[in-house]
Ligand binder design. Structure first.
Ligand code: SF4
Length: 197
């Protein structure tokens, strides 16, 4: 019991010794040494364990904020805004700031999920297979439904059987190219973008 009391008093004395107010009264610099404590001296920079950092672009929207991706070995340990980017100057909105959780979430889908017509379950397929299938279906549908002229003789050169909905990450230039390909190249009419930034 006596030992326990000594231990408690020892911790209280150590705490008082380390408290900044008596240290300032003893003459320590309030903005220097006295501003530190045993706890703050033990605190380490959160990125101290990173052994490399790469520059990237936030994948969420067409603003295209710059990001710094910190890694330890093959593991990403932190994502933050890149202060060198003239777009965001080191800041990220809540979506961009959540990129790390999105990357490291164990539920993140990393393979293509395919559900065949009429099937009641998903199958995993390689990305190349999915891209090839999309291309084949677009080409086949376009060829089967392409209309050169309406019954009244009006030239239309279009298909009404395919539509495209772009994602928010697409910027003006990418949307311009998409419009060229899908409208001018394939004759699609229904082309839309989720966010027009
Ligand atoms: S989602 Fe936010 S952080 Fe990401 S690019 Fe858009 S504005 Fe920037």
């Amino acid at each position: 019991m006596a030992n326990e009391r000594q231990g408690v008093w020892g911790r209280v004395r150590a705490g008082l010794r380390d408290w900044s107010v008596p240290r300032q009264l003893r003459g320590e610099d309030a903005l220097g040494a006295a501003a530190e404590s045993a706890d703050s001296r033990r605190t380490r920079p959160r990125l101290e364990e990173a052994d490399r950092v790469g520059a990237s672009i936030c994948p969420y929207c067409a603003v295209g904020c710059g990001q710094l991706i910190y890694a330890r070995g093959d593991e990403i340990i932190h994502v933050e805004g890149d202060p060198r980017s003239p777009i965001n100057r080191g800041t990220l909105c809540p979506k961009g700031a959540a990129t790390f959780g999105w990357l490291s979430n164990p539920n993140r889908l990393t393979t293509v999920k395919y559900r065949a017509p009429g099937a009641d379950r998903w199958e995993e397929r390689p990305l190349d297979w999915a891209m090839e299938r999309i291309a084949q279906l677009v080409k086949r549908t376009r060829d089967e439904t392409f209309v050169r002229q309406l019954p009244d003789g009006t030239t239309v050169n279009h298909t009404l059987a395919i539509a495209e909905l772009g994602g928010a990450t697409l910027d003006n230039e990418e949307n311009y190219l998409l419009k060229k390909l899908l409208s001018g190249g394939l004759g699609m009419v229904f082309i839309e973008n989720q966010a027009r930034i």
